[in-house]
Ligand binder design. Structure first.
Ligand code: BES
Ligand code: MN
Ligand code: MN
Length: 459
């Protein structure tokens, strides 16, 4: 039996224990955006530190102004060294009443013959992080060693924009030196069909407050004369898209490249029609740019979305009021060479130009990230493709992702590292939504995939 086979067997034998450990991590409420869960974040970081220390890693917490970073090292001098990144923080759980069982009480269920792991973070990203850690554990159990040097960097602020991570990476530059970065935080193409992600969209996120009168007003006494900030903000939001679904900000499409025709041809061949993509979420009509395929709309085209909008009376029953303030949270997904700073400026100018003189507008800007394009070919990529094919029995596809993982840009800029994005989540995992899940097969074969990838990289 080869070392690889022994490691794969160790993973299979230890699956029940692996699940127990994953459940231990899933029980910890590590919501990074909500200050009420500060302790939960630290608890998750501690949990990982302990688990990695038990595996022989030199594991420690590195403090940041926000949540701690877990750093764990088992280098291989003279050998190949990888830097694995993941995040232990999770998204808020609201709307809580839509969860069938509590979000931090993980369980296994069987739906349509598929076993699934349910719980917040099952897929994004605790389950995915644990596929890699379980792969390391299996190698240690089978051979007493890892085939490559491994440094794990597991942060707790990805879901809130990784604000404290770039300065840490700058500071820890020497410690983080590696030959390639690995990230397990993306999806497969479909059930049973693995993927390597070669592009990520960038993101900017703005919070907008429009203020009108100096207090909430009786809408009978003042209605007609007093400006309603909800109307002002709604008109601004409505003006952000034209009738063809294009974003109207001046200069918005600067730096957006055209996808080469041969790539578009491949995408057509993937057969992702609007119905196949939208019907599982209860929709039927693509709402993006009118002349684009759905796959372009979600991968290669930039977008603008309102994530939340409120103001005035939202309690039970009717209350006649003209609110003093209106609020919106608005994000843009970026592609190609779009410049986050330029788009932020264009957005703010757009809003100010449409705000009446006697109203005021305030912005809170969150850190932006550029879109990422990774190489289509590198020795590590070729080896990873072969390893994934060996595990899944089909060749992986190369896909673009509509989501964002800010650190990938920092790995390139600061560490000069290209990242291999390999994940085992599925589109129907409900990440960021109620009843998040991870298929047991994703977890099991995900760990086996990493076992093979580490062997392939070492060879
Ligand atoms: N894992 C996701 C990104 C992702 C989603 C990649 C789907 C591939 C497919 C990540 O945790 C995430 O949610 N990122 C945020 C970034 C933001 C909070 C800065 C996103 O994309 O909204
Ligand atoms: Mn994630
Ligand atoms: Mn996420």
């Amino acid at each position: 039996m080869s070392d690889l086979d022994r490691a794969l067997a160790a993973a299979d034998d230890g699956l029940d224990k692996s699940l127990e450990r994953l459940f231990g991590l899933l029980k910890i409420p590590s919501i990074s955006t909500d200050p009420a869960y500060r302790n939960g974040c630290r608890e998750a970081a501690d949990w990982l530190k302990r688990d990695l220390a038990a595996l022989g890693f030199a594991a420690e917490l590195r403090e940041t102004p926000g949540h701690p970073i877990v750093l764990a090292k088992q280098p291989k001098p003279g050998g190949l060294n990888v830097l694995f990144y993941g995040h232990y923080d999770v998204q808020p759980v609201d709307p809580l009443d839509k969860w069938e069982t509590p979000p931090f009480e993980p369980r296994i269920a069987e739906v349509a013959g598929r076993k699934i792991i349910l719980g917040r973070g099952a897929s994004d990203d605790k389950g995915q992080v644990m596929t890699f850690i379980e792969a390391c554990r299996a190698w240690k159990a089978a051979t007493g060693d890892l085939p490559v040097g491994v440094t794990l960097l597991i942060e707790g602020e990805e879901e809130s924009g990784s604000v404290n991570l770039p300065p840490f990476i700058e500071d820890a530059k020497a410690e983080l030196r590696a030959d390639v970065a690995l990230v397990c935080d993306t999806t497969m193409w479909a059930e049973g069909k693995p993927a390597i992600t070669s592009s990520l969209r960038g993101l900017i996120y703005e919070e907008v407050t429009v203020k009108a009168a100096n207090r909430d007003l009786h809408s009978g006494m003042y209605g007609g004369a007093a400006r309603n900030p909800l109307h002002v903000l709604s008109a601004i939001v409505a003006a952000l898209h034209d009738d063809d679904g294009r974003v109207t900000l001046p200069g918005f499409y600067d730096g957006v490249g055209e996808t080469p025709e041969d790539v578009r041809e491949q995408w057509r061949g993937l057969g992702l029609d609007a119905d196949a993509f939208l019907s599982p979420i209860g929709l039927s009509q693509p709402a993006g740019e009118r002349d684009r395929m759905v796959i372009e709309q979600i991968q290669s085209r930039p977008t603008c979305d309102v994530n939340g909008m409120w103001g005035g009376y939202i309690g039970a029953g009717a209350k006649t009021v003209i609110p003093a303030e209106a609020h919106a949270k608005i994000s843009f997904r970026l592609v190609g060479d779009q410049d986050p700073a330029a788009i932020r400026r264009a957005f703010r100018a757009f809003v100010r130009a449409r705000t009446p003189d006697d109203c005021s507008v305030d912005f809170i800007g969150h850190k932006g990230s550029r879109a990422i394009q990774l190489p289509f070919d590198s020795p590590a990529l070729v080896k990873t493709r072969a390893a994934l094919e060996a595990e899944w029995g089909v060749a992986p596809v190369t896909i673009g992702s509509g989501g964002s993982i800010p650190v990938v840009g920092d790995f390139k800029r600061v560490l000069g590292l290209d990242t291999l994005l390999v994940g085992f989540a599925l589109d129907d995992d409900r990440i960021h939504s109620p009843n998040e899940k991870y298929d047991l097969e994703s977890f099991r074969k995900g760990a086996r995939s990493w076992i093979r990838i580490l062997a392939a990289l070492a060879a």
